[in-house]
Write a protein that binds this ligand. Sequence first.
Ligand SMILES: [Zn+2]
Length: 469
Amino acid sequence: MAYIQFLGAAGTVTGSKQLINTGDRQVLVDCGLFQGLKQWRERNWQQLPIPANEIDAVVLTHAHLDHSGWIPRLVKQGFRGKMYASPATIDLCGILLPDSGHLQEEDAAHYNRNKKSKHDPALPLYTFAEAQEALKYFSPVPFEQPAQIGSSFTFQFVPAAHIAGSSMVEIKLALNGTSRRLLLSGDIGRVRDDEVCPGKVQHSGPREGESADILVMESTYGNRLHPTSDVRPELAKLITDTAARGGTAVVPAFAVERTQKLLFLLKELMEEKQIPRIPVHIDSPMAISAIQIFLKHSEEYTPRTRDLIARYGSPLEWDGFFFDQKQEDSRKLNDARYPMIIISASGMVTGGRILHHFIHRLPDPKNTVIFIGFQAPGTRGAIIKAGASSIKIFGEDVRIRAQIAALEQFSDHADTPELLEWLATFKQKPSQTYLVHGEPPAAAALRDAITHKLGWKVDVAEWLQKVEI
Ligand SMILES: [Zn+2]
């Protein structure tokens, strides 16, 4: 029996992995890391239901770690096939995966120093070197160029409009004389967001007019509406108020895409004199590489982004914007007590330099934390955003007295009306749709909305569930 098995992002938004077994080929679409609550993270240590060396290929929708971050572990366990991804996705994985290995090593070392792990000694899931080693299995496949895995499995990437390089995977399977078409959406970008949150790197809107027998689709915002108000006045007020009270605005942001988008907005607001010209520190060693990759893939710009780059040039050369490469640059910020903006990763406060900035800035009410990204349940980001009075960082309780704000307009995921709008463009309705990559209430709400509005047959995927193709 040919089947799809959901090995991750079922019941949660992380750990994306779908195994497609055609009988003669086993292909993994996405190979993501589980993040957030411990019950999910522990799954990163479990074996897959089939040995890694029996998987023929990985097809990767985009570079976010919840889709790509388990790749080095898969290679560590014996995978030796090809990993197919778009050129921009491969460039981004070149910085994200080694960085993830580095963070895994740092975490393990930290726990060993403080003897806080149940495991003795704590081990990294994979190391920086192992992540670098894994990169050599990547093979680029440009958008809309068919590629073949054995005789039964053909696929092509089409734009998903989520982040640079992000793709959906259209798959054609030849099964015992019949042909089946699958569409795996990966993460789906906004259909319309230029008005409310300009500066998005990737062109708006996933490809229209799809058709598939089986659709596997994300449901992150299956029960949510994004605000339709312009983010600029809100952002300007938060920055201006913080600067006026002598505080610092700290923004946990993913170094890829989200940081570039924020930088262009801040630059624009400064040039238009809507916020004071205070120093902007991009405290993320990854940010420079991410900006270089972003500048390299100009084919994916929106007209608006093209215009911003023509007007302001590379963010790496802007006055008053500092890219803090070294640890000591980052540490110097800890003692600085003048108004500034610090943008640092990780975006969900699960690790990285942002932890140190939070230790120093959270206890002071003059400061502001501005969340501009999705915070997966269980992450420190989600706990702080929900209004906690303290948060555990490196085993210590840190009091939270800073102002906490969240701007939802930055989302790179389509919300419910946008998803329905995209589905309505399908040329033919799928005989079966499975929802992945959503918290249970979001997935259930989206299932009901699609069933009700479009009359499609929809199920929410369950972890380890096998469904016939
Ligand atoms: Zn993503």
